[in-house]
Write a protein that binds this ligand. Structure first.
Ligand SMILES: C[S@@+](CC[C@H](N)C(=O)[O-])C[C@H]1O[C@@H](n2cnc3c(N)ncnc32)[C@H](O)[C@@H]1O
Length: 227
């Protein structure tokens, strides 16, 4: 499979001018869209998997082919990693590339918009949460598809956990930090470098000479960011 590595081309100059209003409105109005059946089924399976296990919970949301999910699972052997992606093709690629499975790693094909809400409804609180290279939706008119401007931003905050978000579009991380500021969470955008890439997209961006950006929030309040 080929990954697109184009640099971000956006008609938006800096943080979206309506972002504060959008985030505020989303915080005040819970998302009402019904849960898709396939995500409910995937969630039930994840719940069952967790029931027989001890240890904390980590999400790799939008895991793609799941390279990062394996690294996270190996680095956190006492935690349970749930790797979520809606793409059967990407999840299927994981199975073809990596022969072995890891005991503390579960892949679920699900829509994050629903999976996060189901997790909040079950009062799940995460130990860590990775959102690595989410689709940037760089067109200004698509701002509400970005996680921090989406109606499930509230759920993301309620899930808590040490949160790591990375993008090759600095504006995405600047906006994420801005949205966190609205709920009084201090964060900053920093350039992200490391010896080894953690995800397929990260590898491609670096090979293409692109800079990658990160915001990381350590030590969320007990019970999530909003409680
Ligand atoms: C740009 S890719 C990054 C994948 C991986 N994190 C990486 O860095 O290689 C974004 C991923 O998010 C997934 N995704 C986007 N929206 C989603 C949603 N609503 N529910 C589940 N997965 C979603 C896509 O299928 C895709 O695999």
């Amino acid at each position: 499979m080929k990954f697109k590595t184009q640099r971000i081309d956006s008609n938006q100059d800096g943080i979206h001018e309506r972002l504060a209003d959008i985030v505020q409105r989303n915080l005040e109005h819970p998302f009402q869209k019904p849960i898709a059946e396939h995500t409910q089924t995937a969630f039930n399976q994840a719940k069952e998997w967790l029931a027989s296990r001890s240890g904390g919970m980590i999400f790799d949301s939008g895991c793609g082919i799941g390279e990062s999910s394996r690294i996270i699972a190996q680095q956190n052997p006492h935690s349970n990693v749930i790797a979520i992606d809606r793409s059967e093709v990407r999840l299927g690629k994981h199975e073809r590339i990596f022969e072995s499975t890891l005991d503390n790693l579960l892949f679920v094909r699900a829509d994050i918009l629903d999976f996060w809400r189901l997790a909040v409804a079950e009062n799940w609180v995460l130990e860590k949460h990775f959102i690595l290279y989410p689709n940037p939706y760089p067109k200004a008119t698509h701002v509400q598809r970005r996680w921090h401007a989406s109606p499930v931003f509230t759920d993301l905050l309620k899930l808590g956990g040490e949160l790591t978000v990375r993008s090759n579009w600095k504006t995405y991380i600047d906006e994420f930090v801005f949205a966190l500021g609205i709920v009084n969470i201090e964060a900053e955008t920093v350039e992200y470098t490391a010896e080894q890439p953690m995800t397929a997209f990260e590898r491609k961006y670096w090979a293409d000479g692109q800079t990658t950006w990160q915001t990381c929030i350590k030590k969320p309040p007990e019970g999530g960011f909003l409680n």
